[in-house]
Design a protein around this ligand. Structure first.
Ligand code: FAD
Length: 470
């Protein structure tokens, strides 16, 4: 009887333990994606990017003589049961996910399918290290990155599996929706035509970018990864989050580069471990996703009103602080933001504006095509000071000195800010195509004065911190 491969964030054919196991069994394989309440709940940009990933995977499967079956229903279990009934499938395999909502859904479904007499099996594939396999000496979990890194850096990481040579097809295919009917880009008001050219989509694109990164960029990655005006990072995040590439594939490519003496390769491996660490934290302490990880921060006088003019200015990239504004505009146009930008805008929102990190977390969740539940939550709690291994609240980034250090020649701000320039760049102008008309912004406007004086904002935050009641 056929095996259903229930695809979620594993939209590739290589290094796919669940798919490989199914193919090795010699039984017919039915690749299935279910647009259930969890994928429906994605923010506009992640949903849009997911649609692109599905389109690409569907073509790849067709090239191999197989198909991607698409079904839409709030409840994934109902779809699985329907497809089992339609095809006589006897097994469902999937790659394990680790966010609290997916874990709940998957364990409920596993039990129900087992009760139905179906072989329900989950496989690894999204992470290098099962979050429960990394333990401190006393048997707890790690809350600080450096010791976590020390404990995993020497581990053997599974060699990536190759693409199955043959994916057996069932005698008859179950019915499938059309991806166009799902309109995954419907909520992407902000110029899908603007964002689309910046997305690299699919497993082949991921592998080719990884190759180019290892050939040309990783050598200088220790420095280039901090310069937002350069193409100096791997850009693997949008592929990793949809599983178009695996961390194992990235890790082994990094190991090879290290053996070839490429300087930045170890730092790259360390960054991959940050992603693992984020999942480790989320697995052991799911509250990191939506609550102050350090509960005492509940008593901090965060501004929680999203309608404040300052919050809108932050979202619009109109704070009058060039580093912040450049990064927020990069987000609108490309659906991504350089890591240094993420750190700066998060620090500015939570400290200079003293807004609750949840406001920024939600904005990113809506706008990032590389949105990742664990990385985003950890990143925001790190910036706000409320996370386990957080930057201390009193360490407030100064966006001006950061700009002097990391964008000396002004490449980044020139690329993203049009106002006040005689020849604005194409990307700076594209921003005005990507934003809602209701923002009433024009490249001919004057560039705004800072909405908050940087040193006053800093002092206000530090005062609140000194006077906190915990
Ligand atoms: P590279 O520098 O090439 O790094 C390689 C890979 O390592 C990345 O793809 C990523 O998987 C991992 N990595 C690198 N830095 C981090 C980090 N600080 N934390 C966890 N993993 C890391 N990353 C996301 O993938 N999705 C998010 O939603 C996200 N939200 C963030 C929010 C904030 C406030 C902050 C400060 C960081 C966030 N990050 C997020 C982490 C980081 O900014 C991105 O992973 C990185 O910019 C992606 O670019 P890259 O793939 O070129 O990174």
């Amino acid at each position: 009887s056929p095996i259903i491969i229930w695809l979620r964030r594993d939209l590739r054919l290589s290094d796919h333990p669940a798919l490989t196991a199914a193919c090795q069994s010699g039984r017919p394989v039915i690749p299935l994606f279910i647009h259930d309440e969890q994928s429906e709940a994605l923010g506009a940009a992640p949903k849009f990017r997911l649609g692109l990933a599905l389109e690409c995977l569907s073509e790849t499967l067709e090239d191999k003589g197989s198909r991607l079956i698409l079904r839409r229903e709030g409840d994934a279990l109902k779809v699985l049961r329907d497809v089992i009934e339609e095809t006589g499938a006897g097994a469902v395999y999937w790659s394990r996910l680790y966010d609290p909502a997916a874990k709940d859904r998957d364990s409920r479904i596993k039990e129900a399918l087992k009760d139905d007499g179906i072989d329900a099996c989950s496989y690894s594939g999204h992470l290098m290290f099962g979050p429960w396999t990394v333990e401190t000496k006393t048997g707890g979990y790690y809350k600080v990155f450096t010791p976590y890194w020390k404990s995993v850096r020497g581990r053997d990481v599974a060699e990536p599996l190759s693409t199955p040579s043959n994916i057996s097809t069932p005698k008859s295919w179950p019915k499938s929706d059309s991806l166009d009917d799902w309109a995954m880009d419907a909520e992407m008001q902000r110029g899908r035509d603007v964002v689309r050219p910046f997305a690299r989509v699919g497993a082949a694109a991921a592998q080719s970018r990884l190759g180019a990164f290892m050939a040309n960029i990783v050598e200088d990655y220790d420095d280039s990864r901090d310069r937002p005006g350069e193409d100096g990072t791997s850009a693997m995040s949008e592929h990793l989050t949809y599983g178009e590439i695996t961390p194992m594939q990235c890790w082994h490519a990094g190991q090879r580069a290290m053996q070839e003496g490429k300087r930045g390769a170890e730092t790259f491996l360390k960054e991959l471990a940050w992603r693992e660490f984020a999942y480790h934290l989320m697995h052991h302490s799911p509250r990191i996703v939506d609550k102050n990880w350090r509960e005492e921060w509940d008593a901090f006088p965060w501004n929680e009103d999203e309608r404040r003019a300052e919050v809108l200015a932050w979202k619009q990239g109109r704070t009058g602080v060039p580093f912040v504004d450049a990064a927020m505009r990069e987000l609108q146009v490309t659906g991504r933001m350089h890591n240094r930008g993420r750190m700066i805008v998060a620090s500015y929102l939570t400290k200079h504006l003293m807004c609750h990190w949840r406001i920024g977390q939600k904005w990113f969740e809506e706008h990032l095509i590389d949105w990742d539940p664990a990385n985003n939550a950890m990143g925001w709690q790190w910036a706000a000071g409320s996370g386990p291994d957080a930057s201390p609240f009193f360490r407030v980034f100064n966006p001006e000195t950061q700009l002097d250090r990391f964008d000396k020649d002004g490449d980044y701000t020139r690329r993203w800010i049009a106002e006040g320039r005689t020849n604005p760049s194409e990307d700076a102008l594209a921003y005005f195509e990507a934003i809602p008309q209701s923002w009433k912004m024009s490249p001919d406007d004057d560039y705004p004065d800072p909405i908050v004086d940087l040193s006053e904002g800093r002092e206000r935050a530090l005062d609140a911190y000194r006077n906190r009641e915990f």
